[in-house]
Ligand binder design. Structure first.
Ligand code: PDD
Length: 305
C-alpha cells in the first residue's frame, strides 16, 4: 500500500484520513511541515528535518512537544505500513483545533499528520539536460511579513509563483517553466517555489544568503558543506536576476529534486544550455552522500556529521 496517512497515530488510506474543520491548520494555514525522502528505504537527514520542524513550530509558538504522538516513531510506522522501496514523507504539525478567533488560547493539542507516498521520480532526462525556470513577478514573503525561514503550510505565496510560471508564462511564451524563481522586495533572487538556487560564475559557486529571505534548505546546507569539503569555492552571496541569466551554470536543490541543473531561464539558455562541470561535480558528491547515508544505515541520524 504505497500511500498511507497517519493522523495523530490513526493509520490508514488517504480516503479514511480526516481532521476537524476547526483545525487551525485548515482554517488559517496555522501549521508547519517537512518533506523528507528516503534513500535505501531510510529517511535521509531525518535529524536535520526534525530540527527544522521544531524550529518552525517554535517560531509560531506551536508547542510541538505537546503533540499527542512521538513524531519520529510514527514516521517509521507509517513508512513500514506503506512499504515502498523509496518514499516521500510529508509531516504536518498544526496548532490543532480551537475557537474561531485568532487567540491561540484554548487551541490544541497539535494535530500531527504524516503522509507517505512512493517517492516521485525525477526523469533521467532532467538530470542529464536540466530544467527550465522563470523569474516570476511574485515577491517572496518578506521576513517581516511571514518569514520564509519558517516552513509553514501557508503556501499561497509559493502557489501564486507557481501559477505565474505554469500558466501566465506559458500563455505569453508558449513554453512552461518548471520551477518559478522568486525575488525579494529588493529585487534579489531568493529561491524557487519549492527549492533553493545556486549559480556558478568563474568557478565560484554561490547561493543567496538567508538574510535575503528564504528557506534554509537541508539540501542547500548539505551542498554547501560537501562543496566546501571538496575544495570548491562555495558560499553565500546576494544575487540579481542577471547573475542567474548570465551564469556559467545554475542548479536547484531540494529534498525531492536533489541537485537539478537549470537549462534555461526565462526561455534563454544558461551559458550553452548544458549542465557544467561544477554542477556535475556537486551532483556526484550529493549522490554519494545519499548512497552512503542509506548504506550505512546512518539515518535517523545525520550522515553529514
Ligand atoms: N520544498 N525553498 C522552499 C520554498 C521549499 O519549499 C523547499 C523544499 C526548499 C528546499 O528545502 P529542502 O532542501 O530542505 O527540501 C527551498 C519541499 C521539498 C516541499 O515543498 O515539499
Amino acid at each position: 500500500m504505497p500511500e498511507r496517512v497517519n493522523v495523530n497515530g490513526a493509520l490508514g488510506g488517504p480516503d479514511e484520513a480526516a481532521i476537524s474543520p476547526l483545525d487551525r491548520g485548515f482554517l488559517f494555514g496555522d501549521s508547519v511541515y517537512e518533506t523528507i525522502r528516503t534513500y535505501g528505504g531510510r529517511p535521509f537527514l531525518l535529524r536535520e528535518h526534525l530540527d527544522r520542524l521544531r524550529r518552525s513550530a517554535a517560531a509560531l509558538d506551536i508547542d510541538a512537544a505537546a503533540a499527542p504522538v512521538d513524531i519520529e516513531a510514527e514516521i517509521a510506522r507509517t513508512l513500514a505500513a506503506a512499504g515502498n522501496p523509496e518514499s516521500a514523507v510529508r509531516v504536518v504539525v498544526s496548532r490543532g483545533r480551537g475557537p474561531l478567533g485568532y487567540d491561540p488560547a484554548g487551541c490544541g493539542p497539535p494535530t500531527v499528520v504524516i503522509h507517505v507516498r512512493a517517492c516521485p521520480s525525477i526523469p533521467e532526462q532532467w538530470r542529464r539536460e536540466g530544467v527550465d525556470v522563470a523569474i516570476v513577478p511574485v515577491t517572496r514573503n518578506a521576513p517581516a511579513a511571514l518569514d520564509p525561514a519558517i516552513k509553514s503550510s501557508n503556501l499561497l505565496n509559493n502557489f501564486l509563483a507557481w501559477r505565474e510560471a505554469f500558466l501566465a508564462w506559458r500563455e505569453a511564451h508558449r513554453l512552461g517553466a518548471w520551477e518559478p524563481i522568486l525575488t525579494n522586495a529588493s529585487g534579489r533572487i531568493v529561491e524557487g517555489a519549492s527549492s533553493n538556487i545556486f549559480v556558478v560564475r568563474d568557478g565560484r559557486l554561490r547561493t543567496p544568503p538567508l538574510e535575503d529571505g528564504l528557506l534554509p534548505g537541508i539540501t542547500r546546507a548539505a551542498v554547501l558543506e560537501l562543496a566546501g569539503r571538496d575544495d570548491l569555492d562555495a558560499g553565500e552571496a546576494s544575487l540579481q536576476p542577471d547573475d542567474l541569466r548570465r551564469a556559467d551554470e545554475a542548479f536547484l536543490t531540494s529534498t525531492l529534486k536533489g541537485v537539478l541543473p537549470i537549462r534555461r531561464c526565462d526561455g534563454w539558455p544558461i551559458h550553452d544550455g548544458r549542465p557544467g562541470p561544477v554542477t556535475r561535480r556537486v551532483m556526484g558528491l550529493f549522490e554519494a552522500l545519499a548512497q552512503t547515508g542509506s548504506n550505512r544505515g546512518a539515518a535517523p541520524g545525520s550522515s553529514l556529521r
